[in-house]
Design a protein around this ligand. Structure first.
Ligand code: FMN
Length: 202
């Protein structure tokens, strides 16, 4: 099983990146045969999507193609969305325009909202309303909100009760995601899906 972990912050040294690395380590610990690929939109930013991609503009394609190839080889995605101004950062919305190329088509997605304070619910709501239509990423009902992100997931062992509870919740959600990843393989192989005729959701 291979997982894509998308860190949606623009910041090069972001807390979302820290969460992404923690999740990659947990996936490896939970199932040693699992692998993951982190797409950190702060460290390797994508250009703003533009229609040059349809004409094969190398300025855009050369950056996107390697990311798309990695996503295509994954069975599931974890989308880490920091709350910025009560929203998902623009880099993450931009990512979803690129990812409408079929690379996440009918793969399960786990949303992880991130907040420096006690929020983090807005990005979860926003992603559940948008972002899946043309990517066909299938968000599972479990999601995780990492609150007070500066205080958690910093050391090998939990440093507080909240840190411990969050780690347990993350492990549980990753285990659920793994089962959906197995299950949706059969949906993709069923022959029912028709991306040629219906590439865009309604
Ligand atoms: C432009 C900007 C806007 C932010 N707005 C919010 C917000 O609306 N709610 C919130 O809980 N945190 C907000 N934060 C704080 C982030 O939650 C915090 O930076 C956290 O570390 C996650 O972002 P990061 O992954 O970029 O580090 C904001 C941060 C930035 C940079």
């Amino acid at each position: 099983m291979k997982y894509a972990i998308i860190s949606g912050s623009h910041r090069t040294q972001s807390q979302s990146g820290k969460v992404a690395r923690y999740i990659a380590a947990r996936l490896a610990a939970i199932s040693p045969e699992a692998s993951s690929h982190i797409v950190d939109l702060g460290q390797t930013p994508l250009p703003l999507w533009d229609e040059g991609i349809w004409q094969g503009d190398p300025k855009i394609l050369d950056v996107w193609k390697p990311v798309s190839t990695e996503l295509k080889s994954c069975d599931a995605a974890i989308v880490i969305a920091p709350e910025w101004g009560g929203m998902v950062p623009a880099a993450l919305k931009n990512f979803f325009l690129f990812a409408a190329d079929g690379s996440l088509y009918h793969k399960p997605g786990l949303i992880v909202g991130v907040s420096a304070a006690r929020n983090g619910a807005y990005p979860v709501a926003e992603l559940r309303v948008s972002s899946y239509k043309n990517t066909h990423l299938q968000y599972i009902s479990e999601h995780v909100i990492v609150r007070q992100v500066g205080d958690v997931l910093n050391e090998d062992a939990p440093q507080s009760e909240d840190d411990g509870l969050l780690r347990k919740r993350l492990d549980y959600s990753l285990s659920v995601l793994a089962e959906y990843a197995k299950a949706l393989q059969s949906v993709r192989a069923s022959g029912v899906l028709n991306r040629k005729e219906y590439p865009f959701g309604m």
